[in-house]
Design a protein around this ligand. Structure first.
Ligand SMILES: *Cc1c(COP(=O)(O)O)cnc(C)c1O
Length: 471
């Protein structure tokens, strides 16, 4: 493609992008297609000769768009958001045009040094201790796996990397029953065996009970196991419950156990000083992860991983074959040694654009706006006689159900709410997901979209009530 043709299409696409952002509400939030529908629309074989960009783009609009769920719609309240913003998208455009593969400092010094700087910016803005260092990873799952691997290597004095598990005692990892599935995945991949992941009971607020954690650790030590790692959830996926880091930190320190904090979603709220209580005791931890790609206006993927001691991370992952040796090794950060993949995208660029464009105050205003709307919705639910909050709200997630009849048993109420959820999502007007809280089918509304406004929440709430009462 010559540069004039590229320019023409690029301009055309940018117009489409701006129109999409303006008009995203016209699409059904959740894609309404059936399984196999899109697959059937795609030819069985690749084209023999090249096709025009006009045709490809037409097919994108006709065949692909209907099968998209519109994550950036202000009526998207499902899972956790993966919100984006114009400065982040613009940075992605530059980044993909340069197409730099930023594995080592020498393969693009700007990528390495900007990453070092923006991780420091975030660290300081979030109240992560000063000497800690940060590195961008692709996802929180990868960062948590890295933490478990580092715990394994520190505890075994790098013996597992060297010789495998032979002769070592059985390791144990601890998390609450409410933590994310990525912990179990990490334990499996790290070769520890998922039977050695101990899931600790939670309290009324769905947070880990430190007393039971300590009991489990003591019992494991008595039985000949070696405690390796504790994963604290700062904002669980189901209900944004916050495990008590400070007291769990004491237990970790007492027994010399790696302490990893999974704040994948809720971490963004640490930009607000009023939410710093969530990581009280962070100095006792070894590692911390959060996703700017969820609730900090930065395109997926961008995970911020902070560690107390970068040397452990590097010792766990660094490999230096001849073809990767450079003159600057030892003087600069080669981030391929700070995680699992060798190849790395220039993710720091979009984060830098976002942090600069909005500034700390701009981001704080967005986050506080989300909290305020969530608080408004919580008040409405509390005031409605036939709806109920199922757990107190702490951030911008509201967990509730419809309960028209106080006497009805749990399974009837659960079926009713499941039906309500599907009915709402099938309209394409809004998109929510669910979880279970103490056996109760729970509707979750997350208010964290870049462009969501009070009017969207009011319309969603009116629509939920109307749909529920018509069931
Ligand atoms: C979303 C989430 C994860 C997984 O994040 P990925 O970046 O998709 O791997 C892990 N932990 C918590 C608490 C989450 O909310």
């Amino acid at each position: 493609m010559d540069s004039n043709t590229f320019r023409k299409h690029a301009h055309q696409f940018v117009d489409w992008m701006a129109d999409y952002m303006e008009g995203v509400e016209q699409y059904p939030v959740k894609s309404q297609v059936q399984p196999g529908e899109i697959y059937q629309k795609i030819p069985t074989e690749m084209p023999n000769t090249g096709e025009s960009m006009d045709m490809i783009f037409q097919d994108f609009q006709d065949k692909i768009l209907p099968g998209m769920t519109h994550w950036q719609s202000p009526n998207y309240f499902a899972y956790f958001p993966a919100n984006v913003s114009p400065p982040s998208i613009l940075a992605e455009m530059l980044m993909s045009t340069m197409g730099a593969q930023c594995m080592k400092w020498e393969t693009s010094p700007s990528a390495a040094e900007l990453e070092e700087r923006v991780m420091e910016w975030l660290r300081d803005a979030m109240g992560i201790p000063k000497p800690w260092e940060g590195v961008i990873q692709d996802t929180a799952s990868t960062a948590t796996l890295a933490a478990i691997l580092c715990a394994r290597e520190r505890q075994s004095n790098y013996q597992v990397n060297e010789n495998g598990f032979e002769g070592l005692s059985k390791y144990r990892v601890y998390c609450s029953k409410e933590t994310h599935s990525s912990i179990e995945k990490g334990v499996k991949i790290a070769g520890l065996g998922k039977q050695n992941l101990v899931k600790i009971e939670v309290d009324e607020e769905m947070a880990m009970r430190p007393d039971l954690l300590e009991q489990a650790i003591k019992a494991d030590i008595a039985a000949g196991f070696q405690p390796l790692c504790i994963v604290v959830a700062t904002g669980t996926t189901g209900t944004t419950a916050v495990d008590p880091l400070d007291s769990i930190g004491d237990i970790a320190q007492k027994h010399g156990i790696w302490l990893h904090v999974d704040a994948a979603y809720a971490g963004s709220a640490l930009l607000l000083p009023e939410f710093r209580w969530m990581i009280k005791g962070i100095e006792k931890a070894d590692s911390f992860v959060f996703n700017p790609h969820k609730w900090l206006l930065t395109n997926f993927d961008c995970t911020a991983y902070f560690v107390k001691d970068s040397q452990t991370l590097i010792n766990t992952f660094a490999i230096l074959p001849e073809y990767l040796k450079t003159r600057t090794d030892g003087q600069v950060n080669n981030y391929c040694d700070w995680g699992i993949p060798l190849g790395r995208r220039f993710r720091a660029l979009k984060l830098w654009f976002v942090l600069r464009y909005y500034g700390l105050e701009g981001l704080q205003e967005k986050l506080r706006g989300h909290m305020k709307m969530a608080s408004w919705l919580e008040q409405q639910i509390k005031a409605a006689p036939d709806f109920q909050m199922l757990i107190p709200r702490n951030l911008n997630l509201v967990c509730f159900h419809y309960r028209p009849n106080e006497e009805a048993d749990t399974s009837t109420i659960n079926q009713l709410n499941e039906k309500l959820l599907h009915r709402l999502n099938d309209t394409g007007k809004i998109f929510l997901t669910h979880t279970k809280i103490r056996g109760m089918y729970t509707l979750r509304i997350v208010i964290g979209q870049t462009t969501v406004e009070q009017k969207h929440i009011e319309a969603a709430w009116a629509f939920i009530q109307e749909t529920a009462r018509a069931l």
